[in-house]
Design a protein around this ligand. Structure first.
Ligand code: G4P
Length: 283
């Protein structure tokens, strides 16, 4: 499958993020737990050079629990402070403040030794579109936090959310662009819905989801559609048309509609908790 995407404001977004990154001590990077590596943009390593780094594995409610543990270990081994979260329900969120504290301990100590005592740590949230950055900021910062903006000089034009006396969060996330290093990455981003639906070839994508599930999660697939689907993904789509009564006029199977249903079932977690990639592939 050939995924192409031409975001017009990609360069501007990266430049803005580079500017914002200069203002912070810590970058909190969100990734989609269903495809943690494909949903990262490697540019962040360059942008975040010299900063404290945290990776939050989001949407873990939709991802395979065993894979979540593997990915957390993988990122921790690489030196990132890591936490599994569900920004939508709030699961795992309570652990973040203590983790920020741990990540910043040395910095706070260093400041203290230099006589800088009440300077809060500044953080920003970053990630590709749709990983849950806004949901996370709303849930993490809540409504009760004070927003401080337009401090002269350093923070000109920026809004900071004061979480407590030790931590301030930039209220706008840094948007990174997904990077299609190979077809697999593009395909996985499309499967989880991170790429604009208009440019997708819905049927091919649904067939790819079915093929993946047949290989990695056959029991979940069987349970969802209540039968053993054909091993030929397009035949399987036709079978799903019958199961779900998707017909055009004249009894012709409506493959496009069935494909949309499969993608929707997959993305919403109705097929089950599924992870598209494992760390061993990225060692
Ligand atoms: P972004 O700022 O990074 O672009 O992402 P945003 O917060 O807008 O979240 C994108 C979608 O992902 C939203 O769904 C949001 O509700 C959902 N989401 C975020 N975090 C989680 C999570 O941990 N688990 C699950 N299951 N979903 C999550 P939406 O369909 O666009 O909106 P809505 O229908 O949920 O309001």
């Amino acid at each position: 499958m050939n995924y192409q995407w031409y975001p017009g404001h990609m360069t501007r977004a990266k430049r803005m993020m580079q500017e914002d990154a200069r203002l912070v001590d810590l970058i909190i990077e969100l990734v989609d737990g269903r495809a943690p590596m494909s949903s990262r943009n490697p540019d962040i390593d360059e942008i975040g050079r010299g900063k404290l780094r945290m990776i939050l594995l989001n949407k873990t409610d939709l991802a395979d629990a065993e894979a979540n543990v593997q990915w957390s270990e993988y990122f921790r081994e690489k030196g990132y402070f890591t936490q599994e979260i569900n920004a939508k329900s709030g699961a795992g969120m309570k652990k973040i403040l203590p983790l920020v504290q741990e990540a910043c301990r040395e910095k706070i100590e260093r400041n203290r030794r230099r006589g800088i005592i009440n300077r809060p740590v500044r953080a920003m949230v970053a990630g590709i579109p749709n990983v849950g950055k806004s949901t996370f900021i709303n849930s993490f910062a809540g409504k009760s936090c004070t927003r401080t903006g337009n401090k002269p000089g350093v923070t000109k034009g920026k809004q900071w959310i004061r979480l407590n006396k030790n931590l301030e969060l930039l209220d706008t996330p840094g948007i990174l662009w997904p990077r299609f290093e190979n077809q697999k990455v593009g395909e996985r981003l499309a499967m989880i819905g991170s790429i604009n639906d208009e440019i997708l070839q819905t049927q091919e994508l649904a067939a790819a989801v079915i093929m993946f599930l047949q290989k990695e999660y056959p029991a979940l697939l069987r349970e969802r559609y209540q039968q053993n689907l054909s091993t030929d993904a397009y035949r399987a789509l036709e079978e799903i048309c019958i199961i779900r009564h998707c017909f055009k006029k004249g009894e012709e199977p409506d493959l496009l509609r069935a494909s949309g249903m499969v993608l929707d079932d997959f993305r919403s977690g109705r097929i089950g908790r599924i992870t598209l990639e494992r760390p061993k592939e990225w060692q």
